[in-house]
Design a protein around this ligand. Sequence first.
Ligand code: SAM
Length: 280
Amino acid sequence: VNYRHAYHAGNFADVVKHVALVAILQRLKKKDKPLRVIDTHAGRGLYDLTGNEAARSGEAAGGIARLGDLRAPLPPALQDYLDVVRASGAGKYPGSPLIAARLLRSGDRLVAIEKHPEECAVLRHSLASFANARVVEADGYARLGALLPPVERRGLVLIDPPYESGDEFESVARALVGAHRRFATGVFMLWFPVKSAAAADAFCGEIVTAGIEKLVRVDFDLGARPDAGKERLSAAGLLVVNPPFGFADEMGEIGRVLEPRLGRAQDAKIAIAWLSGGEG
Ligand SMILES: C[S@@+](CC[C@H](N)C(=O)[O-])C[C@H]1O[C@@H](n2cnc3c(N)ncnc32)[C@H](O)[C@@H]1O
C-alpha cells in the first residue's frame, strides 16, 4: 500500500473536492451551534508543490496553478478556498484537514484520521496550532463508527480514500451506509475516481438503493486530453449526503468559473445532479 497524496495534491480533483468542502463548511457555520468535522482519510495536511513528488507528477499545474488569475467577485466558497490556499504559503497546498481547521471556529472540532504513520506524523505537525483539532492514527473505516454520532449532533464526515485496492468502492459504500445509520442528519461527502463511467454509476446507484435520501452527485471531467497518459485520472466525482441548502446551486456556479480553466480546450464539464431528494 503505497499511495502518496503528494503526487496529486492541488490537481483538478483536489481543487473541486476542496472547494466543495469549503462550500459545505461555510453553510454549516451559518448557525451558531458548534459542529464536528471527521476526515477519515486525512493525508498529511500540507503539501509542498515544489517537492519531488509534486514536481514529478506535475498535476498541480493542471489544477490550482490554473487559478492564479481569478479575481473577485467570485462565488464565496471559491474565494475562501483561494484565500486558504494563499495563506498556506508560496509553493504549498493545504489538504482537507488543514482547510477544515482553518475554517472552523474555536468551538467546533475536527477529528482527522490517517492510517500511515509517516503521513500521520506530518499531519500532527500541520495541525499543531489548532487546539480544536485531534489527529488519530488508525484505519478510518474502523474508527468512524465509534465517533458517530458526534456530541454536537451536526457536522460533516469526509471519506476520501486512495482507491488502491480493488474493493475500495465496496468499503466506501459500506462505511457510508453504516455511518449514515448512526448519524442520519450529518452531512457526508465522499470522493471517487471515475475510471469507468459504468463503475461510478453502479457505485452511486448502490448508495441510492441503500435508501440514502438527499443525495447530490458532483462530477468533474476534464474532457478529452490528447496529451494525458491513460494512467492519469481525468474524471472524478463527489457524493454529498444532506448537502446544506444552496450547496448544489453554488457548485453549479463554481463549475462555470472552473470549467474553462481546468479543462484543456473548453471541454471540461462540472455537472451537478440530485440522485435522490432535492431542495424546495
Ligand atoms: C486521497 S488521500 C487523502 C487526501 C485528503 N483527504 C485531502 O483532501 O487532502 C488518502 C489518504 O488515506 C490514507 N489511508 C489509506 N488507507 C487508509 C485507511 N484505511 N484509513 C485511514 N487512512 C488511510 C493514505 O495514507 C492517504 O494519506
